[in-house]
Design a protein around this ligand. Structure first.
Ligand code: SAM
Length: 358
């Protein structure tokens, strides 16, 4: 089909499409996108049949901010009310060579699906669909997880399925690109989910302990009521929480938090800390400049921060902030890495991660 199916937060299809078009063009690949506003997915059209492989070889999903996940579509199948498995099997038979090597199938539905029956159906359908595909020789025996090529089935509704492939190493490690996270009831705010998701997205499991563990020191700018601080404390960190607002009393009772009532844009630590996180809602350029200043002063080694993007110029504003960050960081001693992602738990903001590489 010469296309990619790309998934993003509903309402951000244009940002995801523009970004992918730009990033692909920088890699020498030219295409265009088609989307329906609010759907949470888009089709990126490439200029030749071979190019999905080329695109995946040249562009990593990790480079993209607004795209959560993607796969290469192979065929669109109309699903009759009876024997939907049979329809998928029939649709894939002529493509048996293309799906050879697949050992798992994943079924996904639109993120903002309002039809509870479709959600239930997708969950229950997975087992009979896998069985039917294996019996037809279109799905190999499962060898386990991330090493495989995976068959992807997207159900925009009950009537059709878009079937394709995703490849380990260049797809989201989370089903449908969305990590499922839970928090205990004691957490001061649900914002805590954002920091947890950021760590899951930006740190592979083997880096989590060295980067977060070992009793590190952290500063949380714009900390109140303390969801992010709670996450830092949970990792065993000692935290300075900077905010004029009140912190959650239960969290303060942990003895791991010092509360400073002050301006997060001006406050700096006397001694360097490991982590600075910032969830202040302000002009994104101001936050980007603040982060550069922290790294310029070597006040921290790692930072997670949010950039609240203005409604009508979300992608353009990100490009400006990215420039501020990249230019600012490139002028400093040492190498720095910047990553950014529009997380599932983000709304109008995106979340960035900067680290100084040693
Ligand atoms: C979105 S809330 C932070 C939520 C927090 N991350 C949590 O998980 O509970 C933004 C916070 O930034 C604070 N804030 C706004 N401007 C600030 C500034 N200049 N300095 C410090 N804090 C600021 C607000 O008081 C508010 O508590």
């Amino acid at each position: 089909m010469g296309q990619m199916m790309v998934f993003c937060r509903p309402g951000f299809e244009t940002e995801a499409g523009r970004e992918l078009t730009d990033v692909a063009a920088r890699a020498g690949l030219f295409g265009y996108f088609q989307s329906q506003s609010g759907s949470g997915w888009l089709r990126y059209h490439l200029s030749s049949q071979e190019i999905p492989y080329e695109l995946l070889a040249k562009v990593a999903l990790d480079e993209l901010v607004f795209s959560r996940d993607w796969f290469e579509p192979l065929v669109q199948v109309e699903l009759p009310a009876s024997d939907r498995v049979g329809a998928v099997v029939a649709g894939l038979r002529p493509l048996a060579h293309a799906v050879a090597g697949c050992d798992r199938v994943e079924v996904r539905i639109p993120e903002d699906n309002q039809d509870r029956d479709l959600g239930k159906f997708a969950r229950k359908w997975m087992a009979p669909l896998s069985r039917g595909l294996r019996e037809a020789g279109l799905l190999g025996e499962a060898t386990g997880g991330e090493r495989s090529v995976r068959l992807e089935v997207f159900l925009p509704d009950f009537g059709s399925a878009i079937v394709g492939l995703s490849r380990a190493g260049n797809r989201s490690p989370f089903a449908g690109g969305i990590p499922r996270l839970r928090l205990p009831a004691v957490v001061p705010s649900r914002s805590a989910l954002k920091l947890e998701e950021a760590w899951k997205v930006f740190l592979p499991p083997e880096r989590r302990l060295p980067v977060l563990g070992g009793g590190k020191k952290a500063v949380d700018l714009g900390a109140a009521p303390g969801g992010w601080t709670w996450q830092l404390v949970r990792e065993g960190m000692l935290v300075t929480a900077v905010d004029n607002g009140p912190m959650n009393p239960g969290l303060m009772a942990s003895g791991h938090v010092e509360h400073v009532a002050g301006d997060g844009f001006r406050w700096r630590p006397h001694r360097a800390v490991d982590w600075m996180v910032c969830d202040i809602v302000d002009q994104p350029r101001k936050t980007a400049a603040l982060v550069v200043d922290w790294f310029a002063g070597r006040f921290c080694r790692y930072s997670v921060f949010n950039l609240k993007l203005p409604m009508k110029k979300r992608y353009d504003e990100w490009l400006v902030c990215r420039q501020i960050l990249l230019e600012g960081l490139s002028g400093l001693t040492g190498d720095h890495r910047l990553r950014a992602r529009h997380l599932y738990h983000d709304r109008e903001e995106i979340t960035c991660f900067v680290e100084r590489l040693e």
